[in-house]
Ligand binder design. Structure first.
Ligand SMILES: Cc1cc2nc3c(=O)[nH]c(=O)nc-3n(C[C@H](O)[C@H](O)[C@H](O)COP(=O)(O)O)c2cc1C
Length: 179
């Protein structure tokens, strides 16, 4: 059930050495291409990386929050042509979570690494560092990298009793007692 999948998805930052099979990479990438997109502009592009040396370089894109990418067998860099769509951030974000859920549905773990608005060093953007490593042309923006692999850590699924029910409103903002 999709709801169970959502509860079981947790951010996984430790991965087994096992490679991700090509068939599974294909399923994940085709799922990304099925993402809804404003005005069907589809401004996104996806760069799938399995080369360990490149993954290691990319793991340095942020000072701390991206280090675990060095231990992942697969990273998908999500980029967009900003000029192709004014809501490219929404489009790339939707595609990114679809990548994560597609990975989850076939037994893989994943974690989002934020790139947009983040820095490699004090005066260099994470995005510029990644563009240099991957030769990404100037016109593209980098939203994030999704690290993917077979989980080497287990995390408890989300518990219904921990959900923030106070964030749900029925009919108007005053009522909170709906669930
Ligand atoms: C937009 C976004 C940016 C994130 N950036 C990072 C990141 O740079 N590094 C990281 O380790 N986790 C990152 N995460 C993962 C969150 O830390 C994680 O989703 C959150 O702690 C909830 O845990 P869960 O995914 O296990 O439910 C990001 C998640 C989202 C949605």
């Amino acid at each position: 059930m999709f709801y169970e999948l959502l509860k079981e998805r947790r951010s996984i930052r430790k991965f087994m050495d096992t490679k991700v099979e090509k068939e599974k990479i294909d399923i994940i990438l085709k799922s990304a291409l099925l993402s809804p997109s404003s005005r069907s502009r589809r401004p996104w592009e996806f760069i799938a990386i399995t080369d360990m040396e490149v993954l290691e370089k990319l793991s340095l894109c942020r000072e701390h929050s991206s280090a675990f990418l060095a231990g992942a067998p697969l990273g998908i860099v999500v980029i967009a042509d900003q000029d192709a769509c004014d809501v490219w951030i929404e489009d790339t974000s939707i595609a990114s979570i679809i990548i994560q859920l597609a990975a989850q549905s076939i037994g893989l773990g994943s974690c989002w690494i934020q790139v947009r608005q983040r820095y490699h060093t004090e005066d260099k953007k994470a995005e510029d560092y990644i563009k240099e490593v991957l030769n990404i042309p100037d016109k593209y923006s980098v939203e994030c990298i999704i690290a993917i692999g077979y989980p080497a850590e287990s995390k408890s699924p989300a518990r219904e009793e921990d959900l923030k029910y106070e964030k749900i409103h029925l009919e108007n903002m005053k009522r909170v007692d709906i669930l």
